[in-house]
Design a protein around this ligand. Structure first.
Ligand code: ATP
Ligand code: MG
Length: 570
């Protein structure tokens, strides 16, 4: 649902907050947070949540915390914490000194658990994990009460404290809330609050061998931080009554939880668990592989923070799950890169061309616009000489009907230079492959215009062979072949939809010499081909590597023109 340029931004979350401002519910405060679990790299779905939470804080002159919900020591690592901070910063948001960790609240959470035990609202259960699952019941069947549910308060206190000091092995006991085993909401059927895990935590080390469950930590962490609006995704709607129960039973400050639909994108996945699987099984080169929907992958691919923020704004927030077309994300990217990326000429699959009537050692410099859409970006000189490279795809020995580019006997324009005409095709005698073309040029057509007004139907990019710089170029396509990677035959999983052609590496590319100064992460438009950026990980002086960020073909703009963009986005 692209937002029109003229109407002020509005969505149901803004409406709720404006109403709270009117009724003075939170004393005019707006304090949000972005609460990642440091168990993987952030993806574009998280970017939506980051833009939303930090964006609301900016809009209402409030605050947004960065809080790591680090309650699970088994899956969490420092590497993830560092990557998350880098990604949030790169997206353009600043949490100032408000970097918090749920693990900082472990002592307080423990005290609250003790408080619940003392008021008869929590008990230590000796059932095994399997038994607890079995006793929980199902959506259609009520649960069954544990025989330990009626344990006296004093015994519960004693056992819980002994759990904390490490007297019991993993999995032997848990602390559970005493709520309602027959509640239609399964989250309220005596949820587990604490489990025993003799595992070091990336921040608290070996201080603890019992850890709070996410549900017992999340709402209270929001409360401790005085969050006004706890914005989360729809799957937490059913957890809200539980979070409310904790806050009410403990008698502590109550933020307002608001749920919105998570972002799904076509041709990719948003589950950290599955993305981790792709990394571990080496289907991709890492979390920052340019095909990954992770923020670090998008950054390496050449995405700009502006494009991602624009995308988040355009998709808005909704109450219903939907899948956004990847073409919209790419459209936002092209719009941004079109403004900022300097144009250069690069030949990806070179075909050697010799201009027979051009003087042997002559080099001319033609003047080229750095961005025809923004003349303030200036011009540069590009060397032209007798031997050039053209794109193999721009020549056909036997041209089909609508092929207007170079062919034997045909004349075309070389961008910013001359008209050339193909006079001879030299082939390898053994293989029949085309080795080089011979052409003539019209010296009177310098700059690309013919004095006699004759027309050509194509303008091609080129690079002077003697001046070209070598580079490797990596072309990316969707990681999955289907819009919904989860659509699989019975018994299979998303991996069968991996696109075997998602990466094509071209080793012999020829770039115009102005690119010697290209630095990691610099972005360019290679004329007629797409937007490319210098790989920020593997590219080195002497071995330049470019990633194709996105091609020039804008399928979104086409859909919009045909009036089909809404269908595609929903
Ligand atoms: P995953 O299910 O992939 O592990 P998660 O929701 O558990 O993701 P968290 O680290 O808990 O990941 O997410 C941090 C915040 O980002 C949460 O507030 C969550 O609601 C939000 N978020 C996660 N995925 C999306 C998404 N696809 N769209 C919008 N927000 C998301
Ligand atoms: Mg989560």
């Amino acid at each position: 649902m692209p937002k029109s340029e003229t109407t002020p931004a509005s969505n149901f979350i803004l409406t709720i907050i404006r109403e709270d401002q009117k009724t003075n519910k939170f004393n005019q405060r707006v304090h949000t947070r972005f609460p990642p679990e440091p168990n993987g790299y952030l993806h574009i779905g998280h970017a939506k949540s980051i833009c939303l939470n930090f964006g609301l804080a900016l809009e209402f002159k409030g605050k947004c915390n960065l809080r790591f919900d680090d309650t699970n020591p088994i899956k969490e690592e420092l590497e993830y914490v560092e990557s998350i901070k880098e990604d949030v910063r790169w997206l353009g948001f600043d949490w100032k000194d408000r970097e918090f960790y749920a693990s900082d609240y472990f002592e307080q959470l423990f005290a609250w658990a003790v408080q619940l035990i003392q008021s008869g609202k929590a008990y230590v259960d000796d059932l095994t994990a399997d038994q607890i699952r079995e006793y929980r019941g199902t959506l259609t069947q009520p649960g069954k009460e544990s025989p330990y549910r009626t344990r006296p308060v004093a015994d519960n206190l004693d056992l819980f404290k002994r759990m904390r000091v490490g007297e019991f092995p993993d999995g032997t006991r848990v602390l559970r809330a005493k709520i309602d085993m027959s509640s239609p909401n399964i989250n309220l059927r005596d949820p587990v609050l604490y489990r025993i895990l003799h595992t070091s935590h990336h921040r608290t080390g070996d201080t603890w061998c019992i850890y709070p469950m996410y549900d017992f930590a999340h709402g209270q962490s929001d409360s401790i931080e005085n969050i006004t609006h706890s914005i989360c995704t729809l799957e937490f709607e059913d957890h809200r009554p539980l979070y409310d129960w904790f806050l009410d039973e403990l008698g502590i400050y109550h933020p307002q939880q608001i749920e919105f639909a998570r972002l799904n994108l076509t041709f990719t996945l948003m589950s950290k668990r599955k993305l981790l699987q792709l990394v571990q099984e080496k289907n991709v080169s890492g979390w920052d592989d340019p095909r990954m929907p992770t923020i670090s992958g998008l950054r390496r691919r050449g995405y700009t923070p502006e494009a991602i923020r624009d995308f988040s704004e355009r998709i808005g927030v909704a109450k219903n799950d939907s899948t956004v077309d990847m073409a919209l994300l790419e459209h936002c990217l092209r719009e941004d890169l079109n403004k900022r990326a300097p144009r250069v000429m690069a030949v990806l699959k070179p075909l050697k061309v010799i201009i027979d009537n051009y003087p042997e050692n002559q080099v001319e410099e033609v003047e080229a616009y750095n961005n025809p859409e923004d003349l303030s970006m200036g011009t540069r000189k590009v060397p032209f000489s007798k031997v050039l490279y053209l794109e193999q795809d721009d020549f056909r020995e036997d041209p089909p009907k609508k092929f207007y580019r170079l062919a034997p006997g045909r004349e075309v324009r070389l961008r910013y230079a001359y008209f050339i005409k193909c006079v001879n095709v030299i082939k390898d005698l053994q293989t029949g492959e085309i080795r080089e073309l011979h052409c003539t040029y019209d010296p009177a057509s310098r700059g690309g215009e013919s004095p006699d007004g004759r027309k050509v139907k194509a303008t091609l990019h080129w690079v002077s062979a003697g001046h070209a710089i070598d580079a490797e170029v990596r072309l990316y396509d969707n990681l999955f072949t289907r819009p919904d990677p989860e659509e699989v035959p019975e018994g299979q999983d998303f991996r069968i939809n991996l696109n075997p052609n998602s990466l094509e590496i071209l080793k012999n590319c020829k770039l115009e010499p102005s690119l010697v100064k290209a630095q990691p992460a610099d972005r360019y438009q290679f004329e007629r081909l797409g937007y490319f950026c210098v790989d920020n990980v593997e590219s080195k002086t002497g071995h330049l590597i470019f990633n194709r960020t996105v091609s020039l073909r804008d399928t979104w703009a086409r859909l919009e023109k045909a009036g089909k963009s809404n269908e595609a986005a929903e």
